[in-house]
Design a protein. Structure first.
Length: 186
């Protein structure tokens, strides 16, 4: 029974990501951003609970990656895609740039698959973790909603969004060691 507790929390992560996608497609990017934050909280606690309860399972590991793909891969891509739609200066013929948002989802999948098989990542991460990337993206709608036109204009610039999407995607799979906030002692 106790092995289902962490998986239930992982499912709440997934549910948050699904709700966030709905919010994003409805144009409510603030609530989509909140969904990422909520998913990140569930993602933090599912691993902690699995360690505390010693409730490790293969299905839990796979479920965690699938939930992370939705919440921290697809949802951030949809938010960036929707930010492209808000960009005031879509250049004629450059609207294809908005599809660069989905590079984030592709590289998030690669990063999560790499994480699952890379034994070097037990203590530290190699490459930018998908939740960190997603939380950064979640900050954009919040900054836009509560800032002057300079910051909003900068974030909504189509070339910034495209370059940001590509750069962050590459950082997801980069061979760069980063600290982990996992508490293995629990």
């Amino acid at each position: 029974m106790k092995k289902h507790i962490p998986n239930s929390v992982t499912c709440l992560n997934l549910f948050s990501g699904c709700l966030g996608i709905v919010f994003a497609f409805q144009g409510n990017l603030i609530w989509a951003s909140y969904a990422i934050v909520i998913a990140a909280v569930f993602d933090f606690f599912d691993g902690m609970l699995a360690r505390l309860l010693k409730a490790y399972s293969d299905i839990g590991k796979e479920l965690d990656s699938l939930a992370d793909m939705v919440s921290f891969g697809v949802l951030p891509s949809v938010i960036i895609y929707q930010l492209f739609a808000l960009s005031p200066q879509i250049d004629f013929g450059a609207d294809w740039l908005s599809f660069s948002a989905f590079i984030i989802a592709v590289f998030s999948a690669l990063r999560l698959a790499k994480f699952n098989i890379d034994t070097r990542q037990s203590e530290n991460f190699i490459g930018l973790p998908t939740p960190a990337n997603a939380l950064l993206i979640a900050s954009f709608p919040l900054i836009i909603a509560d800032s002057n036109t300079y910051f909003a204009g900068f974030i909504l610039n189509q070339w910034f969004l495209a370059l940001f999407s590509i750069t962050m995607s590459l950082l997801l799979v980069a061979e760069v060691p980063l600290i982990s906030l996992k508490f293995k002692s629990l």
